[in-house]
Design a protein around this ligand. Structure first.
Ligand code: GTP
Ligand code: MG
Length: 369
């Protein structure tokens, strides 16, 4: 699947840049292009200049600075209303023909991205009727989640993007940070790598890869599009395979090894289930997608079957699609998407706290001279 990624605001722009790096990995490891272009839209010229080193797959678009007073979501929305058409006009529309979907990215707590994302999503939907518009929203850290402006912006952003985009991937920054910090000190860059990495296998496996990488049942772009709707979460898990295990894998005819392979696949599945981008329950997902990645042509058919069966159990007979891919070297991995999620604690919580946050903000306004 080929994406045009559009990041808005600081967080969105940084993640759009990270998608470019993901595209470079897909090209180097699998010989396919999955990122047609990334755009970084922001009102902060210094931030955009810093991103230019990422290369020419990332194009920066500067918009006038938001008013100094009021950094609420509405201000970001107003900025996008005023600049959205010009932004779209500067994009390379010729490239959209080879694009399967738009992926718009922003944090929910700020102003430019939080307010702008739904306005731009609507403009793109109106102009490119048949192209799915997906959103990736980063929810604030717990500490920021108690700041009234953060709560208000997040609630407003979620309400409007839910109505506009075809599907909304939610990432809980706190959860992402706790996972990134296991690997290194959690900087924004580490967080962003954590956010973007789960998309790699899915995007490249649905492209025209070398036939030797093709599994027993392939995931097509249609499967991804059909699986994505409404609130969505993505999870990725892997289980390392030892060199001895790899030899057995290649021979593939060994009864014991087949059992072992399936265990590795199930291990990767459990890991993916506990690494969803936001806390959710698969039984609340009306749609789900899985991709099992294993090395070698001789991986057995039971592995994919076992993962698929477990997914159908967990989703409570939700609509499950899946496939496998042999383009990895030394591990088994599972990528999961839970979509059309009907209940999310975090979303409910932000909606419930929004009106109290408005009161707080009003109080602050009247206190200020
Ligand atoms: N994961 C991640 N989160 C970020 C990054 N940059 C900022 N954030 C989070 O995003 C939120 C702040 O939003 P920004 O993206 O900075 O806001 P903005 O859209 O530029 O809008 P302004 O408020 O006008 O600057 C906070 O919750 C930060 O924790 C980033 O690079 N990665
Ligand atoms: Mg900003």
């Amino acid at each position: 699947m080929k994406l045009v990624v559009i990041g808005i605001g600081d967080c969105g722009c940084n993640i759009a840049a990270e998608f470019v790096r993901l595209g470079q990995r897909a090209r180097a490891e699998s010989g396919v292009d999955v990122i047609v272009r990334s755009y970084a839209i922001n009102d902060d010229p210094a931030g955009l200049t810093a991103l230019r080193k990422v290369g020419d797959k990332l194009l920066t678009i500067q918009i006038p600075a938001a008013a100094a007073t009021g950094r609420e979501s509405e201000v970001g929305a107003e900025l996008m209303r005023a600049n959205g058409d010009r932004i779209i006009a500067t994009m390379r529309a010729g490239e959209f023909f080879e694009t399967d979907a738009f992926m718009l990215v922003a944090s929910s707590a700020g102003c430019v991205g939080s307010g702008g994302i739904s306005i731009l999503a609507r403009k793109l939907k109106e102009r490119y009727v048949n192209k799915p518009v997906y959103a990736l929203i980063v929810l604030p850290l717990t500490a920021e989640g108690n700041v009234p402006a953060s709560v208000y912006n997040t609630a407003l952003c979620l309400k409007s993007i839910d109505k506009t985009a075809d599907a909304v991937f939610l990432f809980d920054n706190e959860k992402v940070m706790s996972e990134a910090s296991i690997k290194s000190t959690a900087s924004n860059d580490a967080l962003n790598r954590e956010i973007v990495a789960p998309f790699l296998d899915l995007l490249r496996a649905s492209e025209k890869v070398d036939p030797k990488f093709l599994g027993t049942s392939n995931i097509g772009i249609g499967d991804i599009v059909q699986s994505l709707n409404g609130w969505s979460a993505i999870g990725y898990g892997r289980a390392q395979i030892s060199p001895a295990g790899l030899t057995l894998f290649r021979r593939g005819d060994h009864f014991e090894s087949k059992g072992e392979e399936t265990i590795k696949a199930m291990e990767a599945l459990s890991s993916a289930l506990s690494h969803f981008s936001i806390q959710c329950r698969l039984e609340d997902a009306r749609k789900a997608l899985y991709l099992l990645c294993v090395p070698g042509k001789n991986a057995n058919i039971n592995m994919a079957r076992s993962v698929g069966n477990r997914m159908r159990e967990l989703t409570n007979n939700g609509e499950v699609r899946g496939g496998d891919f042999y383009g990895v070297k030394d591990h088994a991995s599972v990528t999961l998407i839970a979509s059309r999620i009907t209940y999310l604690d975090k979303v409910k919580d932000y909606y419930e706290r929004a009106s109290a946050a408005v009161e707080e903000l009003k109080k602050k306004e009247t206190q200020e001279p």
